[in-house]
Design a protein around this ligand. Structure first.
Ligand code: FMN
Length: 170
């Protein structure tokens, strides 16, 4: 089973990206979680250059099509989703790569409720199939924690394990 993980942050020290790498460590044999590294390569969405899809867009589209499910973790900026993840999703509307795609939404920040709900609304409008059992909010922030510290934290590992379990029965 191939899971594609999309982080809505381009920051080198991103909590969302770190959480997705920790998720990859929790995945059992037979499930591979790949954290996508190319969202920063996407041009800003512009319908005028949509056809044919620019190369970076085509690469993302192919990665989504090849995945059994997609996990998204994105920061909240000014009560909205990050431009990084919204830009990526806007590119994927026209090529319909999210239609019927199982999607898990993972929220690294317990207080970031606005972006989380907005992200859910967007992917639902794109006809993705949100997996409720795999869409979870961390109970505590991971600010300042390394990937190893996340993986040693029982509550965080519990959440990540539930995400994995939800994805397995998607
Ligand atoms: C410009 C800006 C706006 C932000 N707005 C919010 C916000 O509205 N709500 C919130 O919970 N956090 C907000 N934050 C905090 C970020 O969501 C937080 O730093 C998050 O960890 C960034 O994700 P990353 O570590 O994956 O880069 C904001 C941060 C920045 C830089």
């Amino acid at each position: 089973m191939n899971i594609l993980a999309l982080s809505g942050s381009l920051r080198a020290a991103s909590e969302n990206t770190r959480l997705l790498h920790a998720l990859a460590q929790v995945a059992p044999a037979g499930m591979r979680v790949v954290v996508y590294a190319g969202l920063g390569e996407l041009p800003l969405f512009n319908p005028d250059i949509e056809l044919p899809n620019p190369p970076a867009v085509e690469t993302l589209r192919a990665a989504i099509n090849a995945a059994d499910a997609v996990v998204i973790a994105s920061p909240e900026y000014a009560h909205g989703v990050s431009a990084v993840i919204k830009n990526a999703l806007d590119w994927m509307v026209g090529n319909e790569s999210f239609v019927n795609k199982p999607v898990a939404l993972l929220n690294a920040a317990p207080r970031a409720t606005h972006a989380y709900l907005a992200l859910r609304e967007t992917v639902t409008m794109m006809s993705a199939r949100v997996i409720d059992d795999a869409s979870l909010v961390l109970t505590q922030p991971i600010t300042g924690m390394t990937e190893d510290e996340i993986l040693c934290h029982p509550e965080h590992v519990h959440v990540l394990s539930r995400v994995i379990a939800g994805l397995r029965v998607k």
